[in-house]
Write a protein that binds this ligand. Structure first.
Ligand code: ZN
Length: 85
């Protein structure tokens, strides 16, 4: 098992979005959807190229795309609260 930790991702408006198992260190730019541990906004099952939005403020969280054959959410850095590891 790879090392990592579960981090909480929030919108800048304060709305909790999801929890994610992050491997390694560094800035979070994209999230593999299979590694979401809790999904408060329905990202699991979102179609490729869909743009999930924050249920509270309606801002786009990013875009769902395939990365190495796996669905991932490329985060909109302007919407996601900065993450400390
Ligand atoms: Zn929001």
């Amino acid at each position: 098992m790879r090392t990592g930790k579960i981090i909480e991702i929030n919108c800048r408006c304060g709305c909790p979005l999801f929890r994610y198992f992050k491997a390694g260190k560094g800035r979070l730019l994209k999230c593999l959807i299979s590694r979401l541990t809790d999904d408060y906004v329905g990202i699991k099952g979102a179609a490729t190229f869909s743009r999930p939005i924050c249920p509270q403020c309606g801002k786009e969280l990013g875009i769902v795309m395939m990365i190495h054959g796996e669905p991932a959410l490329k985060l909109n850095q302007g919407t996601i609260e900065s993450i400390r590891i």
